[in-house]
Design a protein around this ligand. Sequence first.
Ligand code: ATP
Length: 333
Amino acid sequence: MTDAREGGTGISVRGLTKTFGPLRAVDDLTFEVRPGRVTGFLGPNGAGKTTTLRMVLGLIRPTSGETLIGGRRYADLENPMRVVGSALEATGFHPGRSGRDHLRVLAATHGIPDSRVDELLELVGIPAAARKRAGAYSMGMRQRLGLAAGLLGDPEVLVLDEPANGLDPEGIRWMRGFLRHLAHEQGRTVVISSHLLSEVEQTVDDVVIIANGHLVRQGTMDELHGDPAVLVRTPDAPRLAEALRTAGLTAQAGDAPGTLRVLTADPARVGDVALAAGQPVHELRPLRTDLERLFLELTEAPEHSNRNRQTAPPPAGTPHELSGPATSEEAPR
Ligand SMILES: Nc1ncnc2c1ncn2[C@@H]1O[C@H](COP(=O)(O)OP(=O)(O)OP(=O)(O)O)[C@@H](O)[C@H]1O
């Protein structure tokens, strides 16, 4: 495998729209994906993730807008397999063929030597299983085989659809370390989709969150976590708040009675102020952003109500009207 790449190859998505009949599966989507980082492409079921990734990979044509990889359209890449690798579905293998044979066929059609196949099977941790029929693979093994297939061309960009699906906890840990290594040590651009922020929060550096085909948030995980804060519980919250303010800290009333939310990353500082002010402390801990709640708030806001229930976007100025039960009916891909 190649070492860290200079500059790196990012992905630009600009004004991307895809309609299927009256359905706007992807609606004027614009975002950037940076090299050397793992980006989580997130949204609830039916948000438009797979459709977007299929456009990025040149598998379907946008209705309007464009996606660029390293500044070029997929169709203009001379050797696409060396620029971008992907694993969109872990089911697309011939069931009677061994995983190894599957990769060998793929490699041969792209002039890639068999030695690369064995190297990759080793790397993704299924060297022995690779000689078995792919039809007998567990979901986790299919994920690993899909990952190996995506890496065959030693691509600068790797795009994976729900790579944690079907993996056991050890598999998830392995995948996390592997993807972070590909991005951080080797400078690749790694994009993984998921419908759960909590599933990928320890893996990704950046997030692009979509709902209803629209972008709802793009940023780093740190930005998503927001400013660090400490929760302190004390019998006399107003008095402690005063002492904290005098010490130069910002203290706000917490959610529960008798608690304060102090804007600092350092609980010891809060404890020291309380001690100096003679205020008992009954609880003191760093506050973590409830990412799952934040994700739901972002993606379930009224303006992102499930587009699957509408037959067409409502005319401007009218409230969203829902015309049926929420289903995640999947059209054939
Ligand atoms: N070929 C197609 N024809 C018609 N509708 C489609 C087609 N492909 C996708 N859709 C619809 O577009 C919407 C977005 O689907 P998409 O698969 O991109 O969402 P997703 O975010 O990947 O969801 P999931 O997490 O469930 O895979 C859905 O309503 C889906 O039914």
